[in-house]
Design a protein around this ligand. Structure first.
Ligand code: GLU
Length: 495
């Protein structure tokens, strides 16, 4: 019988958002949207020491920034709350009692010392380390009496004999032999429940229909399937997404470079590019099209199409995608996305950004072909904000300028002076300047290279006359005058 689609992500709030979590969130969300189901955010904060509310906030804020939306969660409630695992402790205790009474779990009084000795012995004999199930044989009444007398104990799951089959939507049927599974701990001696136990309690209580998560959790799945059965609860379908691998084909980790969503946000990757890139980590639209919208992804996404093999992280492709998305933005959007980076670099404050919005939009549009990330903008346009007598000259720009010399530039300055009094009309000035050069029988570069160096200190960039319009007449004249001096001064020194 099909059941209503309900999926979830269950991140532990113990750090930043790893790209793996962002991908899991995206796939769950797409699956829920495509099948008309519900997507749940559940915060798995059972590790009290490592969990922080800042991290929970960061998860909520980061995923929202990406545009991934959940229907139920700690921030918006829902019919299956609470959505923070630590607030569901009562239901976990209840499940533990039920399992204990049914003989599916048992109290283990083995001390840490005994367990350590057991492990050492197994290691010495080169056996797999596993609990020898000594306490499973205890008479339940005796175990209850010892617990009542205050003896500390952990609660273990009594793994049944036989085998456990998981019909994974990505990996197909996976069969686990139960003898290979330890009688694992559900609740520790200190009363803290473990992941495998609570995740099943909560998935069962929240009527989760599909568990879509990273392949690293496949080893946990037989334990969880057995627990669903022990709780008399219908297990969800499972879909394990391939590991995201670094260039070294090992699990993507900090060693290999930036792995947290925040890193890419700080570098100015467009959200569309991030979503598109994540969608490609284990899934493909048609094997050819690499740039596609999130809407198209949602329309086409099926869990059955997710690949089994590891998805290798390709940083160059990610950057390339960023450029594709950045260039596809409207000038106003692009300016809006670049603005915080320009402000952080100290180029314009918020008031100036508002007052000079049109100007900034034009400047940003002029650079769009030369940047792939929003964060690359400030460096490209810093020259516009430099003092006119202190424009930094890049080596290549200076070399080009010196090759041509400043003679024509000096002549041009005199011609230009009266023509800039009423502001800079870029198209008119472009045409007039070209005619002026042609009259002199000179190549354009003889003027344009020193002029570009004078105005921007760069060898390449946007149209020169656009730059002049952005700078304004006064600044242009001053920069050109300074450049003529600079070019002359060193030439004298060279003699
Ligand atoms: N807290 C686990 C994780 O973030 C949840 C795994 C699961 O989805 O079952 O890896």
């Amino acid at each position: 019988m099909p059941r209503p689609v309900r999926v979830r992500i269950a991140p532990s709030p113990t750090g930043t958002i790893h790209l793996g979590l962002a991908r899991t969130a995206l796939f769950n969300w797409a699956f829920a949207r495509r099948s008309g189901g519900r997507f749940v955010l559940r915060i798995e904060d059972t590790d009290r020491e490592r969990s922080t509310s800042e991290s929970e906030q960061e998860i909520i804020e980061g995923l929202s920034w990406l545009g991934i939306e959940w229907d139920e969660g700690p921030d918006r409630g829902g019919p299956f709350g609470p959505y923070r695992q630590s607030e569901r402790i009562e239901s976990h205790r209840e499940a533990a009692r039920t399992l204990l009474e049914a003989g599916r779990a048992y109290r283990c009084f083995c001390t840490p010392k005994r367990l350590a000795e057991l492990r050492e012995g197994q290691q010495a004999r080169k056996e797999t380390a596993a609990y020898d199930r000594r306490c499973r044989a205890l008479d339940p009444a005796e175990a209850a009496a010892r617990a009542d007398a205050g003896e500390p104990f952990a609660l273990r799951f009594a793994v049944p004999p036989g085998e456990t089959r998981v019909d994974d939507l990505v990996r197909g049927e996976v069969v686990f032999q139960n003898v290979d599974i330890d009688d694992w701990i559900m609740v520790r001696g200190d009363g803290n429940p473990t992941y495998n136990f609570v995740v099943v309690c909560d998935d069962a209580a929240m009527e989760i229909s599909h568990v879509v998560r990273g392949e690293e959790h496949l080893v946990n799945t037989p334990k969880q399937v057995q627990l669903f059965a022990a709780l008399d609860s219908r297990p969800p379908r499972f879909a394990h997404l391939p590991l995201m691998l670094g260039g070294d084909r090992k699990k993507l980790s900090k060693r290999a470079g930036d792995v947290s969503l925040e890193d890419y946000r700080a570098k100015g990757y467009p959200t569309g590019a991030i979503l598109n890139f994540l969608a490609l980590q284990g899934w493909a639209l048609d094997g050819e099209t690499e740039v596609f919208s999130t809407r198209r992804f949602v329309e086409a996404f099926r869990l059955e199409d997710v690949s089994k093999g590891g998805a290798v992280f390709d940083a160059d492709k990610f950057r390339w995608l960023a450029g594709e998305y950045l260039r596809a933005e409207s000038p106003a959007d692009l300016a809006g996305h670049c603005a915080p980076f320009a402000a952080a670099a100290g180029l314009l404050d918020e008031r100036q950004l508002t007052e000079r919005a049109e100007w900034f939009e034009a400047v940003v549009a002029g650079e769009r072909e030369r940047i792939s990330l929003y964060s690359e903008l400030p460096d490209r346009i810093a020259y516009l904000f430099a003092a006119d007598d202190a424009v930094a000259w890049e080596a290549k720009a200076e070399k080009n300028a010196r090759k041509q010399g400043g003679a024509l530039l000096a002549e041009y300055l005199e011609w230009l002076r009266p023509r800039l009094t009423g502001g800079v009309d870029a198209p008119a000035l472009r045409e007039a300047t070209r005619a002026w050069i042609a009259e002199r029988g000179a190549a354009f570069g003889v003027l344009f290279q020193p002029l570009r160096c004078a105005l921007a200190g760069k060898a390449g960039g946007p149209d020169l006359f656009d730059i002049m319009a952005w700078l304004g007449g006064e600044a242009c004249l001053r920069r050109i005058a300074v450049a003529i001096e600079r070019l002359a001064a060193v030439r004298e020194g060279e003699r």
